[in-house]
Design a protein around this ligand. Structure first.
Ligand code: PEP
Ligand code: MN
Length: 346
């Protein structure tokens, strides 16, 4: 249930609504908006008697939120949420920040070359997995803690924000020490214990859509994080499993406007996992920005032919530089700007 206060409601009116909700045995959440405050009721077990609040002074309307997900819904919060992961790096506003870097951290030389290269091209955050969820137990599993230390080094050297994946509860605490944005991968989108853990840690979370997850599944997973008190969630479309082997995944561009309609959370696109092929990444990155994506996450490797994971979908640094040039023009056409200034630009 959502209690929409009138735009003339006083602080005392809002406090009274919150107190009444508490007396009913539920938790109120007051959300000041641009023109009026809304008070949400958490823990609704369908036995709430809305007439107890509907008649209170300052109450304009009581809305029954019908979705299973509540706090992530646009009904709950009509203004888009802006998630700031580092000074000047925000998702959900007019800017389109680009996160780039290798699939995995492989060595000091590799991650520093990647970090310097993507920064020069205009990326504002560095991605790189230290803990890797690989389909085969015999594939490279990531450098673990040592990988995190190398990411911290890359951050010190370049100032880039860090995005890296947490695979389990214990790893989430380690990752949180280094990451500005904790990635929850497609395979863990419905790992509810991990979602609760990152909800409690309270750092921004990048929640990737599971490879066979509906948009409702994705939003319900985000709800787990918000229900722990962490509103800083960025959703990510990364493609779905399909019957067609032409591309690694079926990149669901429609998810971007659909999520914008259903939720106030920002959504970024991952055209690398979305397509699985380097030559398809640039056109789908352009399309995602045109479709309204709130940012991109792109795999870039200084030497993709030597990559220990996802080399086939990794752009070279030159290809990424050209992609960024193109994205600036696409963003401008839809009244957005790619954030970050490339080296050498005015
Ligand atoms: C990744 O970002 O490298 C990754 C493993 O992505 P996903 O979880 O989308 O497969
Ligand atoms: Mn990858």
């Amino acid at each position: 249930m959502l209690v929409v206060m009138s735009n003339t409601a006083t602080k005392a009116d809002i406090d009274r609504v919150c107190e009444t909700i508490r007396t009913m045995g539920y938790t109120p959440v007051a959300m000041p908006g641009s023109s009026r405050t809304t008070v949400g009721l958490i823990g609704n077990d369908r036995r709430v008697d809305s007439s107890l609040v509907a008649e209170l002074p300052g109450v304009a309307q009581v809305i029954h939120v019908s979705n299973l997900y509540k706090q992530v819904s646009r009904e709950w919060k009509s203004d888009g949420t802006i998630v700031t992961i580092a000074p000047g790096v925000s998702f959900g506003g007019a800017a389109v920040p680009v996160i780039a870097g290798p699939c995995s951290v492989e060595s000091e030389a590799q991650i520093l070359e990647a970090a310097r290269g993507v920064k020069a091209a205009g990326a504002v955050a560095l991605r790189g997995g230290a803990f890797k969820p690989r389909s085969s137990p015999y594939s490279f599993q990531g450098m673990g803690k040592q990988g995190l230390e190398l990411l911290a080094l890359a951050k010190r050297e370049t100032g880039l924000a860090i995005v890296t994946e947490a695979m389990d509860d214990e790893g989430a605490h380690l990752v949180a020490e280094v990451a500005d944005l904790i990635q929850i991968g497609a395979r863990n989108m419905q790992n509810y214990s991990l979602l609760k853990t990152v909800g409690r840690i309270g750092k921004p979370v990048l929640l990737k859509r599971g490879m066979a997850a509906t948009i409702e599944d994705l939003l319900l997973s985000a709800e787990y994080i918000l229900s722990e008190g962490n509103q800083q969630v960025i959703l990510c479309e990364r493609g779905l499993r399909s019957f067609d082997a032409t591309a690694r995944n079926l990149f669901d561009l429609t998810a971007i406007p659909v999520v914008h309609g259903l939720s106030h959370l920002p959504i970024v696109a991952d055209p690398s996992h979305g397509t699985g092929r380097r030559d398809k990444v640039t056109p789908m990155a352009r399309a995602a920005v045109a479709a309204g994506a709130d940012g991109l996450i792109v795999e870039v490797h200084p030497h993709p032919e030597r990559a220990l994971s996802d080399g086939a979908q990794s752009l070279t640094l030159d290809q990424f530089t050209e992609l960024m040039r193109q994205l600036r023009r696409v963003a401008e056409a839809v009244d957005r700007q790619v954030s970050g200034t490339p080296a050498g630009a005015a």
